[in-house]
Design a protein around this ligand. Sequence first.
Ligand SMILES: NC(=O)c1ccc[n+]([C@@H]2O[C@H](COP(=O)([O-])OP(=O)(O)OC[C@H]3O[C@@H](n4cnc5c(N)ncnc54)[C@H](OP(=O)(O)O)[C@@H]3O)[C@@H](O)[C@H]2O)c1
Length: 256
Amino acid sequence: MSEPLTVVVTGGNRGIGRAVAEFAAAQKHRVVILTRGVPDVDLEYVVGDLACVRTTRAAADALAAACPRVDVLVHNAAIWPSRLVRNEDGFEQAYFTNHLAPFLLNHLLEDRMRRVVQVSAGLYVKGSVDPERTPVGADFHAIRTYANTKLANLLMLPLFAERWQDSGVTIDAVHPGVIRTGLGDRSGLLGLLLKAVKFAWSSPEKGAGPVVRLLRQEGSGRYFHELREMPLEPVARDRDLARRLWNDAAKALDVT
Ligand SMILES: NC(=O)c1ccc[n+]([C@@H]2O[C@H](COP(=O)([O-])OP(=O)(O)OC[C@H]3O[C@@H](n4cnc5c(N)ncnc54)[C@H](OP(=O)(O)O)[C@@H]3O)[C@@H](O)[C@H]2O)c1
């Protein structure tokens, strides 16, 4: 039987992340969830907020203290914002939490990590990133911004795979499916409509499956649409844009 892994899941207190954490724990892995508050699930946890540079650095320190080795880091935490909010660093909140926070954690924890599984979203194909406007939300849109942030995050995939080629850290990304969670919940009439639509969507357990199966895989730089490996669409293969976003992020977050 293979050795149990230490698996860290961000946003592991609800939705897909919680189901991933529970499946991994059932497989006898050591699971540590990163959560903003005390979780209502019986799992080991570290409290941390991926809201801004300060709190994300603190979360990385807390994770490092709890886990000398991280076999798999699952970047799952994300938001779908309905209005423009800027964090204390001046970044549009979803751009930070969905894209810059995983970028920063990857840099801060890379020496102790072996593998990253990035929970992505098929909606990346609808995204577009303007390096001047998107980071600060100058092009904010209640639907498109989510797609833009998931695209920014996915553009980093080949660059991290290349960065870690020699050290052996691997990274894959996966779209979990269209899943009934609290993501993007709204108040008012639109919220009620969305709730009704979501009723037909798949369960968080179904969404966790494609993520959990990647915990032990060997490859790197791959994108999976649920269970199927797929080539990235051209919009996520723009190397000039990816390099520009990488350089901007590294400078803003003070990492090399
Ligand atoms: N649901 C879908 O149909 C779907 C489709 C494609 C991709 N995805 C992706 O799947 C992943 C999980 O989404 P979900 O649907 O399970 O959403 P969800 O139920 O809304 O869960 C999101 C998780 O992210 C955490 N989070 C948000 N902001 C955070 C912050 N600042 N610091 C730390 N944690 C934070 C939340 O923590 P709290 O519990 O503290 O709020 C929550 O645990 C996301 O990456 C999403 O983009 C979902």
